[in-house]
Design a protein around this ligand. Structure first.
Ligand code: FEO
Length: 394
C-alpha cells in the first residue's frame, strides 16, 4: 500500500498483510493485519514512528523512497515486539544517522531482542518532549499495552496519538480510516480480547491519563486510523469497565454425545430464562471468537467429558487461555460426564486461579444423562439466573 498523508507532513508509511492468518503462532487473524509505521516530516527533522514486521520491510522502504526520504533523524520506538521493531536494524543500515528514541526499558529490550548498539539510543522518560522544529512530540510511558516497556507518543501540534498496539485491530483494509465502524468494531474487540484484556485494570489508569489530552486522531500500529477517536475510546471504556452482560459462554467438547446432550439442555433452560447463550464447540471453534465473547459475559460454563482422569485437552487449552486473558467474568460452573471416575472438575477449577469468580456448584454425571441429571441442569440454569439478577443484568 502506498504512503498516505494524514496531516500536513504526517504520513502513513506502513504495510498491509492481507494473507497473514496467525499471529504469535497463537492468534487467528481472519482479516489479516497491518503493520502501521508513520513518518513525520517537519521544517527541521524527519522522524519515523515505529517500523514494520520484517516480512514487509520492502514496503516500508519503498514508501519512504516514494516520499523522497534520504535521511531519518529519529526512529521512535514505542514497543519492541518484532512486528513493530523487527525492521529497525535494516532501517538503521539504510539511514545510519537515525537515533532510536525510546524509554530505558524499551532500550533494554531493543538491545536484547535486536542487538542494537547502546550508542544508537536517545533515552526519554514519561512526560518528556522532543522538538522536531515546528512540531513537538510528547512521550507517555504506558507499561503493559502490550509489554512492560510500551509507551505512547503524542504529536502536540496535530493532536495525533501514536499508541502502537493500544487501540489497534488486526484488520487488513485499503481504507486508511475506520470509516466502516460496523466492520472495525468486531475486529477491534477481538484484538482487545486477545492482546489487551489481561491488562484491563492497567489500561483503565492509562485511559484516565489520556482523557487529559486533546486527541483528534489515534494512529495505532495495527488496523485503521481513528479520525473519530471517541469511537474506539468509548468502546474501550465499555470493555475495561466492570460491567458484564447477561450472557453465558459454554465452551465444550463432547466425545460420545453425553456432554452435548447436557449442553443442549442447559442452553434450552437458559434461553427460557432470557439469558443469551454462546456455545463454543472447542473442536471446531475459532479460539479468537471465544476470546472476544469473554469480554462481556457474566458467566462461563465449562463442559467436558472425562479423558482418562481429567478434562479433554481442548477444554484444558481453552480454560488455560481464559485464565491468562483474565476476563471480568463473575461466575463459573462446570458440567460434564465421566465413565468410571476421575477429577475432571477439580482439574478445570485448578486452571482458573486468575479469575475472580464465584464458582457455581458443578453438575457432573456418569455416562449418558438421565432424568435426574436434566433436573440438576435445570437447577444450575436457575442458579445462574439468580446470580445474574444479583448483579443487576436482568
Ligand atoms: Fe503489535 Fe505487541 O505487537
Amino acid at each position: 500500500m502506498p504512503s498516505r498523508e494524514i496531516k500536513n507532513g504526517v504520513y502513513s508509511v506502513g504495510a498491509i498483510d492481507w494473507d497473514r492468518r496467525l499471529f504469535d503462532e497463537l492468534i487467528p487473524l481472519p482479516d489479516g493485519t497491518t503493520y502501521n509505521s508513520y513518518l513525520i516530516r517537519t521544517n527541521a527533522k524527519t522522524t519515523l514512528v515505529d517500523t514494520v514486521d520484517p516480512t514487509k520491510l520492502d514496503v516500508l522502504l519503498e514508501n519512504l523512497a516514494s516520499l523522497g526520504i534520504r535521511k531519518i533523524d529519529n526512529v521512535i520506538v514505542n514497543h519492541t515486539e518484532q512486528d513493530h521493531s523487527g525492521s529497525i536494524p535494516a532501517v538503521l543500515k539504510r539511514f545510519p544517522e537515525a537515533m532510536l528514541v525510546t524509554n530505558p526499558k524499551c532500550k533494554e529490550f531493543c538491545i536484547s531482542h535486536l542487538h542494537i548498539p547502546e550508542e544508537k539510543f536517545y533515552e526519554v522518560k514519561d512526560g518528556d518532549t522532543l522538538s522536531l522544529g515546528d512540531k513537538t512530540l510528547e512521550f507517555i510511558v504506558a507499561p503493559w499495552v502490550h509489554w512492560p516497556e510500551t509507551m505512547l507518543t503524542y504529536l502536540r501540534e496535530d493532536k495525533i496519538l501514536f499508541p502502537c498496539d493500544l487501540f489497534g485491530s488486526h484488520l487488513a483494509s485499503s481504507e486508511l480510516y475506520a470509516t466502516d465502524e460496523m466492520h472495525v468494531y468486531p475486529a477491534a474487540k477481538r484484538y482487545y480480547a486477545e492482546i489487551m484484556m489481561p491488562f484491563r485494570n492497567i489500561i483503565r489508569k492509562h485511559m484516565a491519563r489520556l482523557r487529559n489530552y486533546d486527541i483528534a486522531i489515534i494512529a495505532p500500529s495495527h488496523g485503521p486510523v481513528h479520525n473519530k477517536p471517541s469511537f474506539i475510546m468509548d468502546a474501550y471504556e465499555d470493555w475495561i469497565s466492570d460491567d458484564v452482560k447477561n450472557e453465558v459462554l459454554i465452551p465444550y467438547v463432547s466425545m460420545h454425545g453425553s456432554v452435548e446432550k447436557m449442553v443442549k439442555y442447559l442452553i434450552e433452560c437458559l434461553v427460557q430464562d432470557k439469558i443469551k447463550v454462546k456455545p463454543f464447540n472447542l473442536t471446531k471453534t475459532d479460539i479468537g471468537e471465544l476470546a472476544m465473547s469473554l469480554v462481556d459475559a457474566a458467566t462461563i460454563v465449562v463442559a467436558s467429558p472425562t479423558v482418562l482422569t481429567g478434562p479433554h485437552p481442548a477444554v484444558v487449552y481453552a480454560t488455560y487461555l481464559a485464565n491468562v486473558l483474565r476476563p471480568k467474568t463473575r461466575f463459573v460452573s462446570i458440567i460434564g460426564s465421566y465413565g468410571w471416575g476421575g477429577k475432571m472438575p477439580e482439574t478445570i477449577q485448578s486452571l482458573i486461579g486468575n479469575l475472580k469468580v464465584e464458582i457455581i456448584p458443578p453438575v457432573i454425571i456418569r455416562g449418558n444423562p438421565r432424568v435426574d441429571d436434566f433436573k440438576a441442569l435445570k437447577r444450575l440454569a436457575t442458579e445462574i439466573l439468580t446470580k445474574h439478577k444479583s448483579v443487576n443484568i436482568m
